[in-house]
Design a protein around this ligand. Structure first.
Ligand SMILES: *Cc1c(COP(=O)(O)O)cnc(C)c1O
Length: 360
């Protein structure tokens, strides 16, 4: 290998200079509760489509904007097909929306802690990320978000990593007063009581994003979507670009909507039941999980890093958070927490007995 000639340093974009590669910091473990995917598996009809994959799904390009998927997504979300945009995961939809609506230098405001990719995507689009800490009881500070003057406000309900929902009045206040676009991330809608998706198109400037990576058990296929007004969705679609949903992914997703909505709903209901049982078991260990409406629970503890390490040694992966904003009253004690994914109860029992030992 010859070294690059001197004086030809890579001309880096300032905004990219110190963006790290995504690295959630969990090793492979026998029991992996670290990424909130569907631990009951994938819809059987989607798996059948993939096994029988036709050659043309491999040799030919997929449908430009996954139009075949829009009708089932629209029916599911309670909107019209032209009020839907798809993407390579909902990450891609969020990223495209920031690109579509943020001019370089604009602000993107979001509650903290929330989805870790938002400030990263913001910086990649040369936006200025502004974190607004949650208040007591994990309440979203609507006025704090509005006071940033941000061109784009991101909300996440149920929120990752806390699992808590954004109060109705906070959502409405932000939507009614925001000067620009509001992104409402509903990656965990299937596990919650309430969704805003059907109302999004009527609001003109609101994009609700959803995914098939969580309740639908299809994270490996990378299918996400957003719903909003026709004009808004069109702009996101421009930024998203063509061919983002692979042909196999589109076909498997269409099959899941056609044949396995009951499968998805049953497993989401089971996840909710396990979540409530897990919440009680964690309280019995002296912990104080946040009230979750997602398929994971968030447990603030000043010993999170240590506990996560011990669990890992025992073959159980959970997500460890350190350096969380201590302005959040429930995180004042150390800014650390564990996020534990919900799955079949035997996995929870295994995790709980390891956690009990790690605490002792
Ligand atoms: C998992 C998750 C996503 C979705 O990611 P995909 O790109 O659709 O796999 C989006 N937002 C939040 C908050 C998530 O936790």
């Amino acid at each position: 290998m010859t070294a690059a000639p001197s004086g030809t340093a890579l001309p880096l974009r300032a905004a990219y200079h110190d963006i790290p590669l995504y690295s959630p910091g969990t090793a492979t473990c026998a029991v992996d509760l670290s990424d909130n995917t569907n631990l009951w598996g994938a819809p059987p009809s989607a798996l059948r489509v993939l096994r029988a994959a036709a050659e043309d799904a491999v040799t030919r390009y997929p449908v430009l904007y996954a139009t075949g998927l829009k009708a089932p997504l629209a029916a599911y979300a309670g909107v019209a097909a032209d009020e839907v945009v798809t993407g390579c995961g909902s990450d891609d939809v969020i990223d495209a929306a920031l690109r579509a609506f943020g001019e370089p230098g604009d602000r993107v405001a979001y509650p903290a802690p929330s989805f870790s990719m938002v400030p990263v995507f913001g910086r990649m689009s040369a936006l200025e990320p502004v974190a607004v800490p949650l208040g007591g009881d994990w309440a979203v500070d609507a006025d704090g978000l509005l006071a940033t003057g941000a061109r784009i406000i991101y909300l996440c309900s149920p929120n990752n990593p806390t699992g808590t929902v954004t109060a109705r009045d906070a959502v409405l206040r932000v939507v009614e007063r925001a000067p620009g676009v509001v992104i409402l991330d509903e990656a965990y809608a299937e596990f919650a009581q309430e969704s805003w998706a059907a109302r999004a198109p009527g609001w003109e400037r609101v994009l609700v994003t959803r995914t098939l990576s969580k309740a639908f058990g299809m994270a490996g296929l990378r299918v996400g979507y957003g719903v909003g007004s026709r004009a808004l969705v069109r702009e996101v679609e421009k930024a998203r670009g063509p061919y983002k949903v692979g042909a196999l992914a589109e076909r498997a997703a269409i099959a899941a909507f056609a044949h396995d909505l009951a499968w998805v709903r049953e497993h989401a209901a089971e996840a909710v039941a396990v979540r409530e049982r897990l919440d009680a078991a964690l309280r019995a260990l002296g912990l104080a999980p946040a009230p979750s409406e997602a398929n994971f629970v968030f447990v603030p503890t000043p010993r999170a890093a240590l506990l996560g390490r011990r669990l890992q040694e025992m073959g159980v992966a959970v997500r460890v958070f350190t350096g969380l904003p201590r302005e959040v009253p429930e995180l004042a004690a150390g800014g650390e927490a564990l996020r534990i994914g919900v799955g079949p109860w035997p996995l929870m029992e295994k995790m709980l007995s390891c956690l009990d030992e790690a605490l002792g």
